[in-house]
Design a protein around this ligand. Structure first.
Ligand code: S3P
Length: 160
């Protein structure tokens, strides 16, 4: 199962929780990229976004080789190759109305968000059709607790 969706929506947190309750391994593509190539802001600054996308594509391919839960970076769905790779997985799109996103984006580790929530909103609007295109299920996380979101996803995949 692969979790996609905008920055800060909770892909990693929800993915970890799902991996616990479903007793499946968990992989995060951002973490794989960091382990292999170093910190994300540095990759963007030194090698550029295009190179980061290449690393991300490789990380996704690697993550999909074993069964489990995969959390992706918000832009992982942009690559045509990744879109093809995702066809063989159950893809959950974690959506949000963005109301509480500001507090979730603190820490400055996201190079694309130098303009803050404004940039987040613009990027999310651009990518929404892509998330919708690649996903099997859309789950609205707005105002929901972690437990509720996880329960909803479990129900969806059991009904599949
Ligand atoms: C990005 C999202 C980030 C990370 C990188 C680029 C994006 O991951 O991959 O900063 O383009 O949306 P999160 O979605 O986990 O923040």
């Amino acid at each position: 199962m692969v979790l996609v969706g905008p920055m800060g929506v909770g892909k990693t947190t929800i993915g970890r929780k799902l991996s616990k309750v479903l007793k499946l391994p968990f992989v995060d593509t951002d973490s794989l990229v960091v382990a292999e190539h170093g910190a994300i802001p540095e990759i963007f600054a030194k090698l550029g976004e295009e190179k980061f996308r290449e690393f991300e594509e490789q990380a996704l391919e690697f993550a999909l080789r074993a069964p489990g839960i995969v959390a992706t970076g918000g832009g992982a769905v942009l690559s045509a190759r990744s879109q093809v790779l995702l066809r063989d997985s159950t893809v959950i799109y974690l959506a949000t109305n963005g109301r509480h996103i500001g507090s979730r984006l603190k820490g400055g580790k996201r190079p694309l968000l130098k303009d803050g929530v404004e940039a987040w909103r613009r990027i999310y609007e651009e990518r929404k059709p892509v998330y919708q295109m690649v996903c099997d299920f859309e789950v609205d996380t707005s105002g929901k607790s972690l437990a509720t979101t996880v329960a909803e996803i479990r129900e969806l995949i059991q009904s599949k």
